[in-house]
Design a protein. Structure first.
Length: 386
C-alpha cells in the first residue's frame, strides 16, 4: 500500500496565509498526516481524531500559552500531528504511532508536548484541577484547558470533578460529535445537566471564530465549559457522522478515496501542495478469539437466565450476535463500567447469570471496587475483559 503524508514545507507555506486560511490549511494538513499515522500503524481512532482536529489545531496554533491536553486520549494522532506541525515534536516521529519507542496510542507524559496521561475516561477535569492547584501553590498564573469526548460524560468522575471545580483558570471543551462507539451517547440528558453551569457556551466546533469568541468570554471566578458541536470523521465525506469509523485503519480503497478528498481541501488553500509517500505492506491481521467467543455467547443465550451487559464495546467484544438474537437480555450501559458491574450484581442476586464486558484495562481497574462488592456477597457474575 502506498501511503502519503504532508511534508513540513507545506506547513511553512501555510504560515504565509491569512489567519483563518492558515488555521484551515493546518487542520487539513493535520488530518492528512494523522490519517497517515493511523494507516501506517494499522490502528487508531480516526473518527474522534478528525472531529476534534479543528479544536486541537486552533488551540495549538493560537493559544500555546494555555496548558492544553486531552481527557479522552484516543484523539492522540490529532495532538501528535499538531505537535509535529508546530515543531514541538520531531518530524521523523510521524511514522512511529503505536511503535515501541515512538508515539503511544494514548498520550503519555514521556512524550514531549504532552502534559497529562489520558488514563481511563473521565479523569481529565480532575487532572486539570490538580495542575491548577499546583500552579496556585507556586504562584503561577496559567489557564488550563482540557478536551473531553461527549460519550465520556457518562463517567461519574466527570461530575464529581465539576461539582467542586472553582476558579477562572479552568476551561473544559467538550467534543460533541454525538456518536460513541456503539451509537449515540446519552448526551441530551447530560447536556441539560451542563446547563446548570453559568459558564457554559455552545459553539460550532469547526468554526474558529466561534471558538475564539467563546474562549474570550470566560466567566469571572468560575470554570468555563465550551460545548463544541462537531462531526465525527470531519473532513472525509464517507466517514462523516458514521460510528463505524470510530477506530481502525481504512481499507486500501477507502484510504485512497480519503486522501484524494483531503488533497482537494488542502489545495483550496495551498494550490502548489504536493505530498510525499512511502510504501508499506498491508498489515496482516492475525486471527482472534472474538468470532469464536461471539458464537459461544450467542449459543449461551438459549438459557433464559443469561443477561449480557456491555460498556460501549459490543463490536470489539463480540456481542452483536447475542444482541440480535436476544435483545431483551442485552444491556448497553455506555461508558460507565462501575454502573454496569453493580447492575450485574443485583441481576445475579435475583437468580440471573450476568456476563459483563469491556476492555480488560477498564473493567478490572475502573470497576474494581464494584467487582469486590459483588464477590463479597458471593454473587455469580461473569467478567469478560478483552
Amino acid at each position: 500500500m502506498q501511503l502519503q503524508y504532508a511534508p513540513l514545507g507545506a506547513y511553512r507555506d501555510a504560515d504565509t496565509l491569512s489567519r483563518l486560511d492558515r488555521l484551515a490549511a493546518y487542520a487539513a494538513l493535520n488530518r492528512f498526516n494523522a490519517l497517515y499515522m493511523i494507516q501506517r500503524a494499522g490502528s487508531g481512532h480516526i473518527g474522534s481524531t478528525f472531529s476534534s482536529m479543528d479544536i486541537i489545531t486552533w488551540m495549538m496554533l493560537e493559544h500555546p500559552e494555555i496548558a492544553f491536553f486531552s481527557s479522552k486520549g484516543h484523539d492522540a494522532p490529532a495532538f501528535y500531528a499538531s505537535l509535529i506541525a508546530t515543531g514541538r515534536l520531531p518530524f521523523d516521529m510521524l511514522p512511529l504511532l503505536r511503535r515501541v519507542g515512538g508515539l503511544p496510542g494514548h498520550p503519555e507524559l514521556k512524550t514531549p508536548g504532552i502534559i497529562a496521561h489520558s488514563g481511563s475516561l473521565g479523569m481529565g477535569i480532575s487532572k486539570a484541577k490538580g495542575l491548577i492547584r499546583a500552579n496556585r501553590l507556586r504562584g503561577i498564573e496559567q489557564r488550563v484547558a482540557v478536551l473531553l469526548g461527549d460519550g465520556e460524560l457518562q463517567e461519574g468522575q466527570v461530575w464529581e470533578a465539576l461539582m467542586q471545580a472553582d476558579g477562572e483558570e479552568l476551561t473544559v471543551i467538550i467534543d460533541r460529535n454525538g456518536l460513541a462507539t456503539e451509537g449515540k451517547p446519552t448526551l441530551p440528558f447530560l447536556a441539560e445537566r451542563l446547563l446548570a453551569f453559568s459558564g457554559l457556551l455552545q459553539v460550532d466546533g469547526h468554526d474558529y471564530g466561534q471558538l475564539s469568541e467563546a474562549l474570550r468570554l470566560r466567566p469571572a471566578d468560575e470554570p468555563q465549559i465550551i460545548l463544541a458541536s462537531t462531526i465525527k470523521g470531519k473532513g472525509v465525506s464517507f466517514m462523516e457522522g458514521r460510528a463505524e469509523y470510530h477506530s481502525g485503519a481504512l481499507s486500501t480503497v477507502e484510504y485512497q478515496s480519503a486522501i484524494r478528498e483531503l488533497e482537494v481541501t488542502i489545495r483550496h488553500h495551498l494550490p502548489l501542495f504536493w505530498s510525499c509517500g512511502d510504501a508499506i505492506k498491508t498489515p496482516h491481521k492475525p486471527p482472534t478469539l472474538i468470532p469464536a467467543y461471539e458464537k459461544a455467547l450467542a449459543d449461551a443465550g438459549c438459557n433464559p437466565d443469561v443477561v449480557v451487559l456491555d460498556a460501549d464495546l459490543a463490536q470489539d467484544c463480540g456481542l452483536n450476535s447475542f444482541r440480535k438474537l436476544w435483545p431483551n437480555r442485552f444491556v448497553e450501559c455506555g461508558i460507565a463500567e462501575q454502573d454496569m458491574v453493580s447492575q450485574a450484581g443485583m441481576l445475579a442476586a435475583q437468580g440471573f447469570v450476568p456476563i459483563v464486558h469491556s476492555f480488560a484495562a477498564f473493567l478490572t481497574r475502573r470497576a474494581n471496587e464494584q467487582i469486590y462488592d459483588n464477590c463479597h456477597q458471593g454473587l455469580k457474575v461473569i467478567y469478560v475483559g478483552s
